[in-house]
Write a protein that binds this ligand. Structure first.
Ligand code: SIN
Length: 286
């Protein structure tokens, strides 16, 4: 089950995605280890590295060895390094960040490649993160529906998630989610993309940021997207990450959804997130 690369090993913890990586200390690793980690990242969708000790600067240096950093414009930055976004919930706060299944930055014309999340402080229990394989979800559809989906594009937006109306309705997030006036990004992407590295077909719509199918009316669009979400959320397409302080998770944002569980009321949870720049996504069938 464990796969040995030249310099690291990967042990899957989900049938379709998720692997624990051993044999690497990310604050002091070789170019060969970084190359193997990138390969494992594409193969497994989510890679998890345990027991790491990273200063904010080391987190940034590690991220820069994987790709260019996309500084998040809506999350509060860490006071220690402005390239790091805080995913934080204090004991008195009720809402967490990332509770709705999503793909980061799908509202950008060049959506993020992925994120590197580093666990700093965790509740005694709870606060796990769920991930979904959107290749597995695609693969399980019928050939007939695949043919139809391959012709479609979907609209994605940041406005209803990070914009002014939402900010006003969720004062609990004040100080953690910022810059409501900058939530003006809309983008369209193919409903089925070809993964830029693996070449696999991926179902590329998500419950949080996708707002409709291009050229379809709202009823038609809601019905199709509703079916696709219900289908994609079958438990067998998912894996669950239980964090510990010092855990790093890197997820491939083109191939996965994620969702942060909010089952730890009264406790603090703080993770540091760095997001990496991606490229424009191409249709699986040109
Ligand atoms: C996120 O959506 O980036 C947050 C994930 C998490 O808190 O586990």
């Amino acid at each position: 089950m464990t796969k040995d690369y030249d310099t690291i090993s990967a042990t899957p913890f989900g049938s379709y995605l998720g692997a624990e990586i051993s044999g690497i200390n990310v604050s002091d690793c070789s170019d060969e280890q970084i190359a193997d980690l990138k390969t494992a990242f594409v193969e497994h969708g989510v890679v998890v590295i345990r027991d790491q000790t990273l200063s904010p600067d080391q987190h940034v240096e590690f991220a820069q060895r994987i790709g260019d950093i996309n500084v998040n414009r809506f999350f509060k930055a860490s006071d220690e390094n402005e390239q790091i976004a805080e995913v934080r919930k204090e004991p008195h706060q009720k809402k967490n960040i990332g509770a709705v299944w999503h793909t980061d930055h799908s509202y950008d014309q060049k959506p993020a490649l992925g994120s590197i999340l580093y666990a700093k402080e965790l509740p005694p229990i709870g606060g796990d993160t769920l991930f979904n394989s959107m290749h597995a979800a695609w693969d399980a559809l019928s050939d007939g529906l695949k043919l139809t989906l391959s012709t479609l594009r979907a609209e994605h937006s940041s406005r209803h998630v990070f914009g002014r109306l939402t900010a006003e309705a969720t004062p609990d997030l004040e100080g953690r989610i910022l810059n409501a006036e900058e939530a003006t990004q809309d983008a369209t992407h193919p409903v089925v993309i070809r993964h830029p590295q693996s070449g696999k077909e991926i179902l590329y719509v998500n419950p949080q940021f996708t707002v409709g199918i291009e050229g379809w009316n709202k009823d038609e669009s809601d019905a199709l997207l509703g079916f696709l979400y219900q289908h994609s959320l079958k438990p067998e397409f998912s894996c669950r990450l239980r964090w510990a302080p010092g855990t790093i998770a890197m997820w491939d944002n083109r191939a996965t959804w994620h969702c942060a569980l909010n089952d730890y009321q009264g406790h603090r949870r703080l993770l540091h997130r760095i997001t990496l720049e991606g490229v424009e996504l191409e249709a699986a069938v040109a």
